[in-house]
Design a protein around this ligand. Structure first.
Ligand SMILES: [Zn+2]
Length: 279
């Protein structure tokens, strides 16, 4: 077990909220553990109230703003606990902090894949990564006004944001289940969020009643449909990779994801179930 898992387990078992130093330690440990140290020179905590976190690749700066989760966790607490208490607030707040740490470290991992071309030059996955990370690497100051507006209003359509949102939830749920630090209410909450994010931006095309994937939709709204048409998607990616990057999937796959929302999500292992779906 890596060192930060013991640390997390101890905090949850004693119902202690992460403080800024804890969050710093967890970010540092995650980056180290993931072998991403060369992509992060500076870790800052609570420098802004505007966003949960950010990764600015050209200056290798990773920012986490756990304070932004304070009110959010407080307001959403009745959704995860029938009897909100200091203890349930502490664990829910901590889970939200872990989620954003995993989200931002996923952006760092994406940058490594972009730089090292580890998905394979010319592969469909690398094409999508390169499209997204070319943009991501120019944030926040080297995007033009139109791009800035687009990112602001269509944030969740960007495939690198989609991948970070989905991958971080998978990672959070894996870890929380492994360490037994998640309540049924919290499991329900994060599983529901995960499934909603997986389904998001897949649309039925009314003209030919086929499923438009989230990646096709993204390229469409960015006026890059021609580029999308050149991506083969002929590789045999696993279902998690496909859904995280919004790749084309069968209508049946999509409908099974929709159906899963009606199950008892306080118990379902969504990752396992998605991997089992016949793509
Ligand atoms: Zn993000």
């Amino acid at each position: 077990m890596c060192c930060y898992k013991d640390f997390i387990k101890e905090k949850f078992d004693s119902y202690k909220m992460f403080d800024d130093n804890d969050v710093y330690f967890l970010v540092k440990s995650t980056i180290l553990d993931d072998g991403l140290s060369e992509y992060v020179d500076d870790i800052s905590i609570n420098t802004s109230k505007k966003n949960h976190g950010s990764y600015i690749s050209n200056i290798k700066r990773l920012v986490i703003n756990p304070k932004t989760f304070y009110f959010l966790s407080f307001n959403l607490l009745p959704q995860v606990s029938n009897y909100p208490s200091k203890k349930s607030f502490a664990t829910f707040y901590n889970l939200n902090c872990l989620n954003i740490i995993f989200h931002e470290s996923c952006h760092v991992e994406q940058m490594r894949k972009y730089r090292e071309k580890s998905a394979g030059v010319g592969s469909s996955l690398q094409s999508i990564i390169d499209e997204g990370l070319d943009f991501g690497s120019r944030l926040p100051n080297h995007v033009n006004f139109r791009e800035r507006l687009f990112y602001h209003f269509f944030y969740d359509k960007f495939l690198f944001e989609r991948d970070a949102a989905i991958s971080s939830l998978f990672r959070l749920l894996d870890l929380a289940n492994e360490l037994s630090i998640i309540s049924r209410g919290e499991c329900l909450y994060f599983n529901r969020m995960l499934l909603e994010t997986c389904i998001k931006n897949y649309k039925m095309d009314s003209l030919n009643s086929g499923l438009i994937s989230a990646s096709e939709y993204y390229y469409q709204v960015r006026g890059k449909s021609d580029e999308f048409d050149r991506i083969s998607f002929s590789e045999n990616y696993d279902n998690i990779t496909k859904i995280s990057w919004g790749m084309p999937i069968s209508t049946d796959f999509y409908l099974q994801l929709c159906d899963m929302r009606n199950e008892d999500l306080s118990r379902v292992n969504v990752k396992k179930r998605i991997l089992e779906i016949k793509g």
